[in-house]
Design a binder for this molecule. Structure first.
Ligand SMILES: Nc1ncnc2c1ncn2[C@@H]1O[C@H](COP(=O)(O)OP(=O)(O)OP(=O)(O)O)[C@@H](O)[C@H]1O
Ligand SMILES: [Mg+2]
Length: 208
């Protein structure tokens, strides 16, 4: 059985992950390439319930370790329920956020350290390492402008710009030391970025 490829999209809030996944889906449809799209946290029934707890704007007293472990818990269930079955069917799996979000947000921006985050996600990464990670490289101040500000009900988006700058710095550092993570310049139009992403997927042998 040919196993499918696993690609993940990363970047700050409003960097264009959802937009680019939608445009890539249209491209894959036009080429009849079988794929699924999914997202973190969530992407399966139990993981979506965990997502609600993590992002609930009423849970401001959640400690950083609890947050990190909930993301890890959501991730492993999502892998078992959604990602692995699709990969085993030979599909391309496109995931909106994955382990690098935990490394950048909880490891770097929250200050828990990337070693701790890597350790609680060790099995996830062992079972399901991404073949390629697309990092949409745009700083949060520019990305936020596109989104017209943060969602007041989202606990992560309620963090200030300084927090999101630390997330961005974390992503930059990770993409510099992790060959699987490819930074895509996305200062142009969303269609230009989409073309860059298709070219990258071809270059890396993810699609023909
Ligand atoms: N290249 C672009 N130029 C201008 N606007 C863009 C571009 N790409 C995306 N946008 C706009 O920026 C906003 C944020 O994009 P999107 O929702 O895809 O980001 P996201 O990374 O999925 O955000 P979130 O982390 O909140 O899910 C949207 O309004 C989208 O239409
Ligand atoms: Mg999105």
């Amino acid at each position: 059985m040919v196993k499918g490829k696993f690609i993940t999209f990363e970047g700050c809030e409003g960097s264009g992950k959802s937009t680019q996944i939608r445009l890539l889906s249209q491209y894959l449809d036009s080429k009849n390439i079988p794929y699924i799209t999914t997202r973190e946290p969530g992407g399966s029934a139990i993981s979506e319930q965990i997502r609600k707890i993590i992002l609930d704007g009423g849970n401001m007293e959640m400690c950083d370790e609890c947050e990190a472990l909930l993301y890890a818990a959501s991730r492993i269930q999502h892998i078992r329920d959604t990602v692995l079955p699709a990969l085993n069917e030979g599909k391309l799996v496109i995931c909106d956020r994955f382990i690098d979000s935990s490394l950048a947000y909880q490891g770097e921006a929250r200050g828990l350290g990337t070693e701790y985050i890597a350790s609680v996600n060790e099995r996830a990464l062992k079972i399901c390492p991404p073949d390629l990670t697309v990092f949409l490289d745009i700083p949060p101040d520019r990305a936020f402008g596109r989104k017209h500000g943060a969602d007041e009900n989202d606990r992560m988006e309620k963090q200030g710009l300084e927090f999101h700058m630390r997330v961005y710095a974390g992503y930059k550092r990770l993409s510099g030391i992790t060959p699987r993570i490819c930074a895509v310049e996305c200062g142009g139009t969303k269609f230009e970025t989409a073309e860059n992403i298709v070219a990258l997927l071809k270059e890396k042998g993810i699609i023909d």
